[in-house]
Design a protein around this ligand. Structure first.
Ligand code: TXA
Ligand code: MG
Length: 344
């Protein structure tokens, strides 16, 4: 299949490409588009055939449900049973990088929700995403626009590398602002359980509702036979070609460990900007300044893609803190490392 590629600036919401992409969606096709978190691979949320095509294009297991993307928070009514807490969360965080799990209405076919009676709803803030949803006139079901097993795409180039030839069109809107997927919460009574951490942090959620639980699978490995709260938790999200080892310890011993490794092994080192001058190895990747968790989040997935391209025998990175935005970085890295942490 030939994939149409449209290059747009993030605010070019009147571009003819949006109308053309919306027509592709309405006729059952697939379009990848930018959001503020990562790129999504979209099909109409009410079209079960489109859902089948999404799973096929990504090579994704069909029991791992899709998030549906809406233009305004109230549009959730068409697809799900909302409640008071949903609107409290929506008022605080939507449009933006928050996904809420709600009870599904029959307008959303089970093919989209992996057979579940719940549906994940998100109202993205990216102008192109919002314009596309509005123009399509229906919610857009969209997982991250990567091949199953590679890191989520944070640039048009990543999507082109993974999905060109497999889908109808790609809207390349440049780099994503946040770079990690949305925060996912499940509403339970007057509280929420955090299923996937993202840019809306646990602390931010606590400002809106007192009772915020963090699902154990966010930081720990699922035990065998344990049923995950979110099907995605049971899949290894991304497995680097070379084993990834996370280094835990104070800055100085970690840096000297990296320094020694670069001389002894064919390793890739993902480090802070301040450390690059000490690591004169050709396989060093700068993930951002030490204290700048937002920059590190933005760079993480492209760093992991680069690490794969460098063909090292082993990859080292810092173990992120579990606080604030750090929890989202920790969650992605600990899974990519299959929980391999080395204390130095
Ligand atoms: O930022 C994002 O959320 C991006 C952009 C494109 O919006 N999308 C994204 O989708 O990351 P995906 O499919 O890669 O991840 C969706 C996650 C999966 O782990 C899935 O298991 C979980 O959401 N999920 C979807 N529906 C669910 C449901 N009904 N109950 C529990 N978890 C659900
Ligand atoms: Mg994904």
């Amino acid at each position: 299949m030939e994939t149409k590629i449209f290059k747009l600036l993030p605010n070019e919401t009147k571009h003819f490409a949006i109308a053309e992409a919306a027509e592709i969606l309405k006729s059952g096709g697939l379009v990848a588009f930018p959001t503020e978190t990562v790129y999504g691979l979209g099909g109409l949320a009410t079209d079960s055939d489109a859902a089948g095509k999404i799973y096929a294009a990504k090579g994704r297991p069909s029991d791992n449900p899709l998030i549906i993307h809406i233009a305004v928070p109230e549009d959730a009514e068409r697809y799900a049973y909302t409640n008071e807490l949903y609107y409290k969360l929506a008022k605080a965080f939507m449009p933006g990088p928050l996904t809420v799990i709600l009870k599904r209405k029959d307008t959303v076919p089970k093919a989209v929700t992996g057979g579940l009676d719940t549906v994940a709803v998100r109202c993205p803030s990216h102008p192109i995403a919002r314009a596309l949803i509005k123009r399509a006139g229906d919610a857009i079901a969209a997982p991250s626009a990567n091949l199953s097993g590679s890191p989520s795409p944070t640039s048009g180039g990543h999507v082109i590398a993974d999905l060109s030839g497999r889908i109808d069109a790609i809207i390349d809107g440049g780099e994503c602002d946040i770079g990690l997927e949305s925060t996912i919460v499940m509403i339970e009574g007057d509280g929420v359980t955090l299923l996937r951490p993202g840019a809306i942090t646990a602390d931010a959620l606590e400002c809106i509702c007192e009772n915020v639980k963090i699902a154990p699978a966010v930081t720990e490995a699922l035990s065998e036979n344990e049923k995950p709260l979110s099907p995605g938790m049971k899949y290894r999200h991304y497995a680097p070609k070379a084993p990834l080892v996370l280094l835990e310890g104070d800055d100085e011993p970690v840096l000297s460990y990296m320094y020694r490794c670069q001389n002894a092994e064919r390793c890739v080192i993902i480090c802070y900007s301040e450390e690059t001058e000490y690591l004169r190895n050709e396989r060093v990747i700068d993930i951002g300044a030490r204290g700048d968790l937002e920059a590190q989040a933005k760079n993480l997935f492209s760093a992991l893609r680069k690490a794969d391209e460098m063909n090292g025998e082993i990859v080292y990175a810092h173990l992120p803190p579990k606080e604030g935005m750090g929890l989202a970085l920790y969650n992605r890295l600990i899974r990519a490392a299959a929980h391999t942490v080395l204390k130095v």
